[in-house]
Design a protein around this ligand. Structure first.
Ligand code: ADP
Ligand code: MG
Length: 304
């Protein structure tokens, strides 16, 4: 199979592992930078073209694996959509990636299906600051910038006063943000569940450095293998299904009232999970594509 890996950098661990796993299985992988793709969107024979090193060509793949960075979501998803309309299979569809990238929309979609999440509030008006704080039962609470990745825009306010100052400051900066109940009992740990299709193929517990509550590996968190409980496994698969993602990194946190979904990532990194679990996740992704591609390019999963 000709497999296109939509990634800006072929040297990234996840990208090079996917290339390696595809080659090992006798496929023809090729890494393409979405920003070098272009398309004529009005043609009745939609194609994606690629210009690199002064040469322009039409891209032809049997399947694509989108690894679209948060900073290029809009253009990356437009290119992916063009592949979709031209009948190319994608393990994650553009609509599902768009859903998961918008934290507010993702929380709303998960809530509609009754997927457990930390209590989360959102408001536009400055008058609502105190209501926001009360709605999550006061401090300590989390303020989360919508565009946050790698934990960069996730802040803990330990007192109501600090929360109020923080909320007003974010508002002044015109940052879009959510206010969320702080799951203190998780003790700076969360669990990354790696979902492919309707299975959790690997899971790792990430633990924050001392003095830090954000467990992101990019923030110095450490990872160990963890055995999931059946309800956690079900929750992770359900969250990925609601988003319409066949490949997802579902982050769940253990609260005193059961496991809760923190976020659903549509381009989960392979490095942390492969090194923590010693599993060939890249291989599992390629194997899944080879099976699923037979179901055709359009996935009916997800909604909204
Ligand atoms: P990002 O998209 O930037 O990674 P997350 O929502 O995943 O943002 O938050 C980053 C980290 O902060 C999580 O992995 C988790 O360790 C911690 N965290 C996030 N939300 C909460 C919460 N409500 N309670 C406790 N810890 C949290
Ligand atoms: Mg995260």
């Amino acid at each position: 199979m000709k497999i296109g890996i939509l990634s800006r950098n072929s040297k990234l661990y996840s990208t090079s592992r996917l290339v390696e796993a595809a080659r090992e299985r006798g496929h023809e992988p090729r890494v393409v930078d979405v920003l070098k793709c272009y398309m004529n969107i009005t043609t009745n024979a939609p194609t994606v073209r690629y210009r690199s090193g002064g040469v322009s060509e039409e891209l032809q793949f049997d399947a694509v694996i989108p690894r679209i960075g948060a900073s290029v979501t809009t253009y990356g998803c437009a290119v992916l959509r063009q592949f979709e309309v031209s009948g190319v299979y994608s393990i994650n569809e553009s609509i599902a990636i768009t859903r998961s990238r918008d934290k507010l929309r993702a929380h709303q979609l998960l809530a509609r299906k009754g997927v457990g999440q930390p209590v989360t509030s959102y408001a536009h008006s400055a008058d609502a600051t105190n209501d926001l704080i009360e709605s999550v039962n006061g401090a300590p609470l989390i303020v989360k910038v919508m565009a946050s990745t790698h934990g960069n825009g996730v802040v803990l306010a330990e007192t109501d006063k600090a929360a109020e100052t923080l909320i007003n400051a974010f508002r002044g900066l015109k940052a879009d943000f959510l206010v969320q109940e702080f799951i203190k009992e998780a003790g700076g740990s969360d669990i990354r569940c790696f979902v492919i299709g309707d299975k959790v193929v690997a899971a790792m517990q990430r633990t924050a450095q001392p003095g830090e509550f954000r467990s992101n590996l990019h923030r110095g968190g450490s990872a160990q293998v963890v055995k999931l409980r059946p309800d956690e496994r079900r929750l992770a698969v359900q969250a990925a299904t609601v988003m319409g993602l066949d490949l997802a990194g579902v982050d769940i946190i253990r609260s005193s009232h059961g496991p809760l979904v923190l976020e659903v990532n549509s381009s989960p990194g392979l490095k942390g999970i492969e090194s923590a679990t010693n599993k060939d996740i890249a291989g599992a992704i390629i194997d899944y594509i080879v099976k699923d591609v037979r179901n055709g390019p359009n996935k009916p999963k997800g909604k909204g």
